[in-house]
Design a binder for this molecule. Sequence first.
Ligand SMILES: [Mg+2]
Length: 261
Amino acid sequence: MAIIDRYDGLLIDIDGVVRVGDEFLPDARDAITELEARGLPYAFVTNSPRLTPAEHAEELRAGGVPVPDGGVVTAAETLISFILDLTGAGIGAVVVGTDSFRRQVAEAGIEEVALDRWEDATAVMVSGHDRFDYGELKAAAMAARAGAVLAATGSDPTMPMPDGHWPGTGSILAAIETASGAQATVTGKPFPAIFEAGLEAIGRPGKVAMIGDRSDTDVAGAQAVGLDGILVSRPESASAQPGVEGVDPDHRIGSLLDLFS
Ligand SMILES: [Mg+2]
């Protein structure tokens, strides 16, 4: 029995599974095209805060990957919901992240405070970006130390790129936690909020698996909320993640096409 025949729906990680950096993996593109042809409900679930869900969908489609309507769920959305549930709209936050992330925060009714006005922040919202600097670290850490809620899209220390592991949100968050003495709430994988949002996106069919390239976030997080976890590891890849002790994926595959065999 093919792996795919065991499931009524799939949640699929993007980075390291469908794409590495800007490069789409041809196997993944073919496999997802086949999923679409079979009518199996699926959605992409990503901790990547780089783009809005609509921008992610556009980028995937431009790479030849079919995306259902509403078929991308991001950790930025779950982080914004978490902060709004806790504090309500109209609050001020120190925001660390890409322009796209900051735009999403602003559109949700959360005001970004200037870095030198960190005293006005009731939240510190953290998401990885490649221009992180000392001024952001200082404002985020001082606000969190003074009692602002500290929350982040992810805790992955690295992200897979064609030339190896680049520092991820977790590395930036670790600097802020170290400097502030505060501990963040994380809303992305492996924590439950984002899996719940993914299940909602595919209409909660019967048996669902999460497919990802990290056993500590994708597989362990899925299993903790009662889903199966499928680990993709491409042995030839510089981005291949080592297994994690105590995590036992329900299936291990080398390519998304292995789902059909
Ligand atoms: Mg990944």
